[in-house]
Design a protein around this ligand. Structure first.
Ligand code: CP3
Length: 363
């Protein structure tokens, strides 16, 4: 890994321009989980190897990251990995169970288990495979589109470490916030420190923009969010930008995606993230009113709209772009692709964004 690596020049910088609030010829578009099981070529690779082995093998991670770009004229690649590599690097075992998703066989049962975790200073050594995957992918992309690096946000990661798997209520993890506020802060701090070094490492390795997934924002509400999520999201953004500046590298645009966190938009707009992702439950006009004119918004078509026919998708995209406007906007779904979705319908989504966002005078 080296920040001196020379990468091919970027030929499509729409995503970076939109993130920084600059003018674009057409609205950039990508899709969360664009590299995934809805693609037969992904399933083919996945049938040969375990999920985390795929993440840990740079050649494979690179290959599946590029798969959606071979099919669709996407304006970004997102590195194939998972948010749960952080708890794994902190010493927790994690497995991907078919039909169930990620599972931790020994989740954190109480504050005393925090001592089981390794040091946040060591995560970058353990996650070198992600950095290698980023560097390889950035080269293989040949400047076709910017490469997105990512991490989970501390509360979302903490929730997985305590619940051990997905949960409808997150009552164990939320129980910690109410019963053990100090230990919760201690755990969130460890995850935050690890995440900052990890994201800086991703930038050094070739990531051109970063997204922080607060996928479990919906469980918090304004009070818990302000106490247990916001300060850590702030620290991640500020510390990553500071370290990148100290390395003498160009400022890195950052996206925060608070899934289910409509109540947190105003608080998030006060942080230094250039882009705020919104899910489909938030009206774009309301989101714009809340965050003001100086943030880029990302989103937010209901992913399930991709089950509709192509004509419906085309109309829904047209309406979405009318509401968001062409400036300070990155088109995306309001959450990730599902495995049973038709790739042709993602193609319809991408094409519709480009078609309906062309400037009247561009060809
Ligand atoms: O294309 C991309 O978006 C890049 C790759 C990516 C994956 N996970 C690959 C993946 C990204 C950005 C993630 C982030 C991630 N992982 C999040 C945040 C985004 C979100 O969905 O809110 C979360 C919560 C996780 C944890 C996780 N990983 C879950 C809950 C699951 C199971 C859900 C499912 O779809 O089965 C995963 C597995 C996972 N991560 C898959 C992929 C392609 C599918 C697993 C498989 O191939 O068996």
């Amino acid at each position: 890994m080296s920040c001196k690596e020379v990468f091919p020049a970027l030929k499509n910088d729409r995503l970076l321009r939109a993130a920084r609030g600059e003018e674009v010829d057409i609205v950039p578009v990508w899709a969360m989980r664009q590299a995934g099981r809805y693609l037969p070529e992904f399933r083919e690779e996945r049938s040969k190897c375990d999920f985390f082995t795929m993440c840990q093998t740079p050649r494979l991670s690179c290959k599946v990251t590029l798969q959606p770009l071979e099919r669709f004229p996407l304006d970004a690649a997102i590195i194939f990995s998972d948010i749960l590599v952080i708890p794994e690097a902190l010493g927790m075992q994690v497995e991907m169970k078919p039909g169930e998703g990620p599972v931790f066989p020994s989740p954190l049962r109480g504050p005393e288990d925090i001592s089981r975790l390794g040091s946040p200073d060591d995560v970058c050594t353990k996650l070198n495979y992600v950095f290698e995957a980023l560097t390889l992918t950035r080269k293989e992309l040949q400047g076709r589109a910017p490469l997105i690096g990512f991490s989970g946000a501390p509360w979302t990661i903490m929730a997985y470490m305590i619940e051990g798997k997905g949960s409808k209520t997150m009552s164990n993890a939320k129980g910690w916030l109410y019963r053990f506020p100090e230990a919760s802060h201690q755990l969130l701090k460890i995850i935050t420190d690890a995440t900052v070094s990890y994201l800086v490492g991703q930038v050094k390795a070739g990531a051109q923009i970063l997204q922080v997934f607060e996928s479990h924002a919906e469980h918090l509400g304004p009070y818990l969010f302000r106490e247990f999520a916001l300060p850590y999201l702030k620290q991640i953004c500020d510390d990553v930008k500071k370290s990148v500046a100290e390395l003498g590298m160009e400022d890195i645009p950052m996206i925060v995606f608070p899934k289910g966190g409509h109540y947190a938009l105003k608080d998030l707009a006060a942080l230094n993230y250039e882009v705020i992702g919104i899910d489909w439950t938030v009206d774009p006009i309301l989101a714009r009113e809340i965050v003001g004119p100086n943030k880029t918004l990302q989103g937010n078509l209901d992913p399930c709209a991709l089950y509709a026919d192509k004509e419906f998708i085309d109309n829904a995209v047209k309406e979405m772009i009318e509401k968001f406007g062409r400036n300070r906007y990155i088109a995306n779904l309001g959450h990730g692709m599902y495995p049973d979705m038709n790739p042709e319908h993602l193609a319809a989504f991408v094409d519709a964004v480009h078609k309906h966002s062309k400037k009247p005078d561009s060809t």
